[in-house]
Design a protein. Structure first.
Length: 563
């Protein structure tokens, strides 16, 4: 067998690596679902439901409304929204109108939002009349290129919204159409007749500008085409064949849709499968538990911190989780101990895959019936090729089991970075592979193990030290709920690892000597910690995964203060 395809020996019999992956317009997926499941609920938002037929109709009205604002091919529309029906309607409405979607995170700093608006050439912004959203966009409209502001309200698609539910997203801001904004319901107030643009080449036609967080510098926009999105969706469908049944799944959607993982797994794939998607604007452990047990949720995509939260919550044991048949962790490495505990508690295996913005979320998957391989994120998805390249940037592949940079090619890979030919050239190899920046290795059976990020790798006395290895060891301590390890300056070793730890509720205090003794037999001498801090909470990204950027910045400022 070709060594470059060694993962084929690990493929399930009912999953084809060489399945035909046809790039098509994204909105075609919704069309097909509406034709097949017209009366099935597509969205459940606080108990109010939208059928596939109704969702499709609303998208057509949105397309006509956007076109009245000038949206057409080449026009970019920003979505600055939480997990509400507005996002689903606007996303497909923009694409059907011929425009391009630009995702904006509600947790971005105002200067970051300003950069994205100008860099992406966003002309229209869709948001809600909440205090955390609307005033910021009014301010930005006054000093950026934004021409139109479309503003929705929480009650637009929920007749049963309670005060408590509304308050869960914070207070409402006073909005005034005198500022030039258009209410979301007014955008939809038309006959639904729009001009349909033909997409000649879905593999090249831009659908979404998805900005990457990055660890340094200004965010850059990954260009995701209609083909990237629909082939990624087809990869998921092939992987989950026999696990999920079209028209018979209920998805718990607690991840924010502006993140590529939620955009793809919850929304695009969920709708393509005719699933009933239960939207939660924010993650709350007790609300999630109630939804799973009362609505008989079958699919729960999340990030590691969500599953850690469920494991540590006392109410978990009193809820019926037996309806779950697929739980998947993404967005960040999944600690082995968390994966094993969750399987025992929930009675549903917690699978892990790997992907990133530039891969339109899909990259690897864990075969459903395969024996667990602790620490592995699985094998390449259908149609994708992965190789492990030397860390020095040279061409070729490293031997089996040796660490290097994970590189991937396939129809789901971004066509490049918006207005950044330099970044595109740096990220792509001459033969079309994306350099992911992830350090990992592949075993003889094609299973990939992500060890760390190249930028997070710590150089201790000339040795490469990977924070993920140290974090896995610390997670074995029963008292540890979450941990982040970063590299800090060390006068002798150059850099040394430092651990930031959140303890489980009710745990005894943890001192550094106790931690060192626990890790003595679990880590090499070059991996030993220099120090630790116990905190009540650790920094997170907007999607809820642990973030190290803030910790690095704190240590940098601390070093300056001591200089």
């Amino acid at each position: 067998m070709d060594a470059d395809l060694r993962w084929l020996k690990s493929y399930p019999d009912d999953v084809k690596w060489d399945v035909r992956l046809e790039p098509i317009p994204v909105y075609t997926l919704l069309d097909r679902a509406a034709e097949r499941f017209p009366d099935r609920p597509a969205i459940d938002f606080f108990g109010s439901k939208l059928s596939y037929r109704r969702l499709s109709e609303l998208v057509e009205h949105a397309a006509a409304g956007f076109q009245s604002l000038g949206v057409k091919p080449g026009v970019h529309v920003g979505l600055y929204l939480p997990n509400t029906p507005h996002y689903y309607i606007a996303f497909f409405g923009v694409l059907r109108a011929g425009g391009t979607v630009v995702n904006y995170s509600p947790l971005d700093a105002e200067r970051t939002l300003e950069h994205k608006i100008e860099d992406s050439e966003t002309d229209v912004m869709v948001t809600l009349d909440l205090a955390a959203f609307y005033p910021k966009m009014v301010s930005l409209r006054q000093r950026t290129r934004l021409k139109h502001l479309v503003v929705g309200s929480l009650g637009d698609f929920c007749e049963t919204l309670t005060d408590a539910q509304a308050q869960s997203l914070g207070p409402v801001a006073e909005s005034d159409t005198a500022d030039g904004s258009v209410h979301f319901t007014k955008l939809l107030d038309n006959d639904g007749k729009y001009h349909a643009y033909r997409i000649a080449d879905p593999a090249r036609e831009l659908a979404v500008l998805q900005y990457t967080g990055g660890t340094t510098g200004a965010p850059k926009g990954a260009m995701l085409t209609h083909g990237n999105i629909t082939t990624s969706c087809a990869q998921l469908e092939e992987i989950l064949r026999g696990t999920l049944e079209p028209g018979n799944e209920r998805v718990l959607a607690v991840l924010p849709p502006f993140h590529i993982y939620a955009l793809m797994v919850n929304m695009v794939f969920g709708l393509s499968m005719g699933s009933e998607i239960h939207l939660h604007p924010r993650f709350d452990v007790e609300a999630a538990l109630r939804e799973i047990s009362e609505s008989r949720i079958t699919t729960f995509p999340g990030v590691p911190t969500m599953f850690i939260g469920l494991l540590s919550h006392p109410a978990t044991a009193s809820h019926d989780l037996t309806s779950l048949k697929m739980c998947n962790s993404g967005g960040a490495p999944l600690p082995v101990e968390v994966q094993q505990q969750y399987g025992r508690v929930a009675g549903c295996a917690l699978k892990e895959g790997w992907g990133m913005t530039e891969t339109t979320t899909t990259g690897t998957f864990s075969p459903k019936d395969a024996e667990p391989r602790p620490g592995s994120c699985g094998i390449p998805v259908p149609g994708a090729r992965i190789r492990i390249a030397p860390l020095d940037g040279s061409a070729g592949s490293v031997p089996v089991g040796e660490r290097g940079e994970v590189c991937i090619a396939g129809p789901n890979i971004t066509i490049g970075y918006w207005k950044r030919d330099d970044a595109t050239a740096e990220a792509m190899t001459e033969d079309g592979y994306l350099r992911t920046g992830d350090v990992g290795y592949m075993d003889e059976d094609g299973y990939v193990y992500i060890v760390d990020r190249t930028k997070d790798m710590i150089l201790c006395s000339g040795y490469n030290v990977y924070p993920r290895v140290i974090e896995e060891a610390i997670y074995e301590m029963p008292c540890v709920e979450e941990v982040s390890v970063i590299g800090v300056d060390d006068p002798y070793r150059g850099q040394a690892p430092k651990a930031f730890i959140k303890l489980k509720a009710g745990s005894d205090p943890l001192d550094f000597e106790t931690l060192q003794a626990f890790l003595e037999s679990r880590l090499g001498k070059h991996e030993r910690l220099q120090s630790m801090e116990v905190r009540d909470a650790l920094p997170r990204t907007p999607v809820g995964k642990l973030s190290k950027k803030e910790l690095y910045e704190e240590e940098r400022l601390r070093g300056q203060a001591c200089a």
